[in-house]
Design a protein around this ligand. Sequence first.
Ligand SMILES: Nc1ncnc2c1ncn2[C@@H]1O[C@H](COP(=O)(O)OP(=O)(O)OP(=O)(O)O)[C@@H](O)[C@H]1O
Length: 509
Amino acid sequence: MNWLENLQRSFFDWEAMASVLPTMLAVGLKNTLILAASSTVIGVLLGMVLAVMGISRSAWLRIPARIYTDIFRGLPAILTILLIGQGFARIGRDIFGPSPYPLGILALSLIASAYIGEIFRSGIQSVETGQMEACRALSMSYGQGMRLIVIPQGVRRVLPALVNQFIGNVKDSSLVYFLGLLASEREIFRIGQDQAVVTGNLSPLLMAGIFYLIITVPLTHVVNHIDNGLRLGKQKSGGVVSGLVEVGELESGEASASLDGGAASPAFKAGSLDVRDLDMAYGDLQVLKQIRLKVEPGTVTCIIGPSGSGKSTLLRCLNRLVEPKAGDVLLDGESILAMRPERLRRRVGMVFQHFNLFPNHTALENVMLALTRIKGTATSQARRQAEARLAEVGLAARKDYRPSRLSGGQQQRVAIARALAMDPEVILFDEVTSALDPELVKGVLNLMADLGRRGMTMIVVTHEMGFARKVADQVAFMDEGRIVEVGPPADIFDRPKSPRLKQFLAEVL
Ligand SMILES: Nc1ncnc2c1ncn2[C@@H]1O[C@H](COP(=O)(O)OP(=O)(O)OP(=O)(O)O)[C@@H](O)[C@H]1O
């Protein structure tokens, strides 16, 4: 039993614990939190700068950020603290007085920023490229897209990792004691250690350990909570759609509602397009060759063809998500190459295969965002317009849902409402049903057919031959970067001329 008593005296000397408790609370806890919080705040600010430098296209920014990160992540924390705290002690005393805190905080911040910069950088780079594409298609500049969508999304994703970094700073703050703390500025560890010398046992240090756990354990639970919250999103409206059956029912009901509502809706200010000898290459790979295509106002043009024939690339040239190498495209007689891309994209909207909705915004916010931020529409008016657009696509009741709570078909209809809200003259649809479950395809195609009937100029890259035959005014067949045949659907599907189109139809029909 002797060893048990020994252990008890070493670790559980209640009197020693009770005597150290008030100092621990009043001095240690306060100072530890000051050290950890200030170094985390400075670390976050520096880290954000490092992250932006780290993803910059300029090597002059990227390389210094890399070197900084390698140094401060590679050195042991205690070495950095001693080098900064003692190396700059003289200057520190002249500027800040006798307290070693400012230099300690600086050292902790430099270390933290190297980690936080990497956390931010990976967060920002983990945002899908489609998000930036959607921003650009909504006529945002690169800077606006980064500021409004990509960086906030990246930062949200790494919030849990940032809380972990704060926990790291709480623990690393104990190293500042190596710089020799004033009595009034001792942090948790130093108080525990000093008192352990007085009492001759480890109980005050165990107490210090308990204090660290009191700070860090609840924080790890906060991390989990934040993580869950961010993943699920906040549900603003009352009803939560659950179960496949319900989603399926809503899908068909809402789709037909959109058709009914559509008939009464006003016509669009449809534009014309004239594609003239367009060439485009990715490096040495010639992807578009001498493309010529005329699109009359208020008509639907479907582009069909085998995979890799250049359909998507042609579409992307039309709103300059990629730049053609030669040729021109006239929008209502005006060269799109002479326009600012952002200006062009207000007039030529786009809907993507993978929707590219902004996941941290509700359906309504997705539709409103470009109106308020890019077009400068007043919030109340933008809200009314966005609600009307969502009603048009049959999703008025889902306006407060985030994309993750919507079915694929509903998400795609929100994406169509988002494109419509900009009042474009032309909308480009890039295989918008390819990523949908078969039972959801019909609702989206019905909506598109409805838009076509109401006079929207639409260019639709599609594998849905039934849709092309029924809805298109003209169908263009592409192969190996060329438009091989173009004409009314009846000619293309029933009287194909070229052997290549005949072969393609034989394969897909
Ligand atoms: N960003 C890119 N960089 C390099 N090559 C690319 C890029 N995007 C597409 N390509 C190439 O350009 C060619 C045309 O691609 P595109 O996506 O336009 O074809 P598609 O007809 O739309 O095909 P799919 O029906 O499979 O989507 C393909 O050979 C493709 O590999």
